[in-house]
Unconditional design. Structure first.
Length: 284
């Protein structure tokens, strides 16, 4: 069986096609590889020159191995979702994916049009599942999902829009039938990092800002590198505290369990957007 270990060095685009065919993926063609390079799923090859003419450009051994991983996963994910594979590898490990490739992969994952709408709605529904109170009305839930989907689809968050978002989050987290008379404030999760109405709004605002900047093509390599450094530092702190956080998280304890490798890949894009957005809020 042709595996990662079968690849011992760099190769041309013809070698990449041969790798895929040997691994059992006959649909891979030169055209598909060029398309994946444009989308950031693979990196640009390194040009090689000689005295007369030129050799075919060369892809690194790590990129050849990445192609096999992409081929294995494409059966269960479309092109935009596949972009999270190189994005996750760039976010967590050095030496596999360069930042220039991560830029293209990030833009591909966010997407435009229908794809961006899907990503935004998935995020809104996931957040609702985390924070929504069981007695929140269907109307409040629908409004929550609509507003957050619109923001995730590139709509700017104005002062008036933020006030409306705050009201919508409060309606699903603290429905009047439960909280109006008591005057209590709902805080989910561990005491060290409670999730309140205000923190949920801050999180949505960060994601909205990062999405808008990405869609506008204004996330450069330097900004991405800063976001990666912040992410790695915050993850180191989080991992050191995860056990204690999970013990105190109550109904959100599942959020603090160790994710599977599949989940880590699936979360990479949103994690990067959140860190990027928080960085932009703080430093502009």
């Amino acid at each position: 069986m042709y595996t990662w270990e079968s690849i011992s060095g760099p190769g041309s685009i013809d070698d990449l096609v041969a790798d895929a065919h040997a691994a059992g993926y006959p649909d891979v063609t030169v055209r598909r590889i060029h398309d994946w390079i444009a989308k950031g799923l693979l990196d640009q090859p390194r040009l090689r020159t000689r005295r007369r003419g030129s050799d075919k450009a060369e892809h690194s051994a790590t990129q050849r191995r990445l192609l096999l991983l992409l081929d294995k996963r494409q059966q269960v994910a479309h092109l935009s979702a596949l972009a999270q594979v190189p994005l996750a590898m760039w976010l967590w490990w050095d030496g596999y994916v360069p930042t220039r490739q991560a830029q293209r992969a990030s833009a591909t994952w966010v997407g435009r049009g229908r794809r961006n709408q899907e990503v935004a709605r998935e995020g809104a529904l996931g957040l609702l599942e985390q924070v929504g109170h069981q007695l929140a009305t269907p109307t409040a839930r629908a409004r929550f999902v609509r507003l957050i989907t619109e923001l995730g689809n590139g709509k700017a968050l104005t002062v008036r829009g933020r006030a409306e978002l705050l009201d919508a989050v409060r309606d699903v987290m603290e429905p009047d039938t439960v909280f109006a008379a008591s005057g209590l404030v709902r805080a989910l999760g561990p005491a060290q990092a409670p999730m309140t109405v205000e923190t949920v709004v801050d999180r949505v605002e960060a994601l909205s800002i990062a999405l808008s900047r990405t869609l506008d093509g204004k996330v450069d390599a330097a900004l991405l590198e800063r976001a990666k450094a912040v992410h790695r530092a915050s993850m180191a702190d989080y991992l050191a505290q995860r056990g204690g956080l999970a013990a105190e998280a109550g109904q959100l304890a599942d959020l603090f369990r160790e994710p599977s490798l599949q989940e880590q890949f699936d979360q990479a894009g949103r994690q990067l957007l959140f860190v990027l957005g928080m960085h932009l809020i703080q430093y502009g």
